[in-house]
Each structure stands twice: as C-alpha cells, then as structure tokens.
Design a protein around this ligand. Sequence first.
Ligand code: LMR
Length: 392
Amino acid sequence: MMLDRLSHQAPDALLALIRLYAADPREDKIDLGVGVYRTEEGATPVFAAIKAAEQRLVDTQDSKSYLGPEGDMGFVNALMPYLFGSDPTMGGRISGMQTPGGTGAVRLALALAQKARVKRVHMGVPSWPNHAQILADLGMELAPFNHANADGTANLDGVLAAINGAGADEAVLLHACCHNPSGIDYTADQWDALAEAFAASGTFPIIDSAYQGLGHGMEEDAAGMRTLLAKVPEAFIAYSCDKNFGQYRDRVGAFYVMAKEPGGLDTAFSNANALARAAWSMPPDHGGAAVRIILRDPDMTKLWLAELDTMRARMRSVRDALATAGRAGRIDLTPLGRQNGLFAMLPVSKEEVATLREEHGIYMAASGRINIAGLTNANLPKFIAALAAVAV
Ligand code: LMR
C-alpha cells in the first residue's frame, strides 16, 4: 500500500511536551516548556489591546473576501517604524508582506534565499529547533557555529568567522533579540562588529525577530538589527507578532526584504508572492488586522505598549530572582540575570531533564531550555530546590 511507504516521524519534541504536561495530574507541576508568556498566575491572557481591536474589527469589517498573497499591507506597513525606525523604508529600499506567523516568515525567507541560489546557511547553535527543521525540509545545508561562550556571553569570534568565511551561495541567520533558546544577545559593540563584517564580506544576512519588546523595549530590541541594516546593501527580516502581541495561535507574522536599490524589491517580491501562493496562498487575516487597528490608534498603541511593559518587567523580576538565588546545585544562575527574553539554557543533561519531569513535575525542553515566564514567586523556591537536588 502507498501509505506503507511512509516511515513514522517523532512528534515535534517541544509541542509533545504540551501534551505531556497537560496529562500530568500533579497540582504543583511547573511548565517551563513551549515559549508562551505567562502571568504570575500562570495564565496566557489575550492582551486587552487585542480584545479591543478585535471588537472594533468585528464591528467594522464588511467583507472577508480574499486579499492577495501579500496579506494586509496596512498591517505590514504599520509595523515598519517599530522595526526600522524613523525612515522605515530606508529610502524605499525595504518592503514587506504578511506571513502565517514567524514560522511562515522564516520559511519564506529561506525559500527565497534558496531561489537566489543560497545553498548553505550559517547559524549559531543551539537555535530554535524549527530553524534546522525548515532548512532540512527545503534541502538546504546548515553550517552551525557555537552561539554562546561557557560564561553566558555571545561567542563573537564564532559568528565573525561564519560571516567572514561565507561564500556567495551562503547566508548567515541571526536572531534580532532575546535569543531562543539561550537569552544571550549580542551587545551594541558586538552588533557594530557584525555590521562591519557583513559590510566588508558581502555575506547575506537573514534576521529572525520573534521577540521584539520582550528584552529591553521595542526600540532597544531593534537597535542591533538597525545597526546592521544601516551598513549592508541587502537583508531579509522574518518577524513574529505571536509573542509581543500575544497572538500565538492566530499566526501573525511578516517578511521584509531590504534591497540595494528601491528597484530591486519588485523582482524579490514577485518571487516571494509566488512562493507564498504555492505554499499557503495567503496568510490568515484576523490577527494582523487587529495589530493594524492597534498601531493606527494612539490610545490602543499606548495600552498595548503598557501591557508589553508589564510582561517584560515580570520576566526581568524572575531573572533577578534567579540571579539573586546564585546557585542551584552545580548550576550558576547569575548569568540568567544578564540575559533577555523568554528563554535561558541550563547546563543539564537529558537524563536530568527527565528526572526533573518525572520526580518533580518540572517540564522543560530536552535541551535544558527553560521558559522564564513559567516561573513565579510561588513556584520559584520549588524549582530551585529541585534543580539543586538533581544537578548536584
Ligand atoms: C518556542 O520556541 O517555544 C516558540 O517559538 C514556539 C514554537 O513554535 O516553537
């Protein structure tokens, strides 16, 4: 039979963890798995700004007829000042299109790079596991380098070697901020060095920005990427609103191209549109439309930014508490206080991750990645005690 020719694939490990956690009856279980923001009460509520925008959308939308493969360009354009600053098109050199979530944007960026004959992508590891999965699915080669040093800082030499050594059929993929899974971002000086290296080598940068606003603020988290874009002729940027607008399941993303000259965008997007049409035809509209409504209304924008501030402050306070705790067993928690965003990596083995899950009801990715937002004042003492007991 035809279906017998398929071999079974393991479920995505991170998504499988959601099910495992849900099936665990222990009341004091702790979910540090998939990357969603949680309040001190463990909830992932819909932003009030999104609720208000959705209400306005319901009241005013008069058609759900098709848009094109580019989606809602009002949404795509309204985001641009947040990514690219006061000259958001950089003199007409940047334009974008909507995608189904950040994953759709990364997929489109890599597929378009492949169409432009990029065969190999350099990437700091560990990275978001789906980066490698998308590359493999496209039949592109992954050239890994170590993203982090043992002391919890970014490995500048590793990324510079990748940029300087990349050939014409290669690109380098960077995280804009709040590195997933390590939380280790490049410093401003390091971004300067990266920008110089990209400019001098002519290597093509692909930037994944999935967590803007969760590190130090919307402007602050874009600064490194803007430093880079100011120096290079071309780049792709994949963007997600899943986290900073809490739109996870509504799949809200965008893909931007920066070309050397404004005239270069037309051909790039003719290809990007064709790829999107063949893959998903057009992106889902609802979530992007809600973001557009927020960003065109100063009061709603204020409300959204205040909600984002609250999220960021909570994650910062969890990081401060971990850093203040100092150690758990052999693990030094102090670098976590200097890192950004939802994630951190703990130097624990797969076996220790399994023990934490089975004996203590603490769920994290097998890589040792934890979701900082899964920790609260209430569960932090239990987490640190369990880690100290396991990571001796
Ligand atoms: C994560 O890394 O947990 C998130 O980006 C969710 C996902 O799609 O993997």
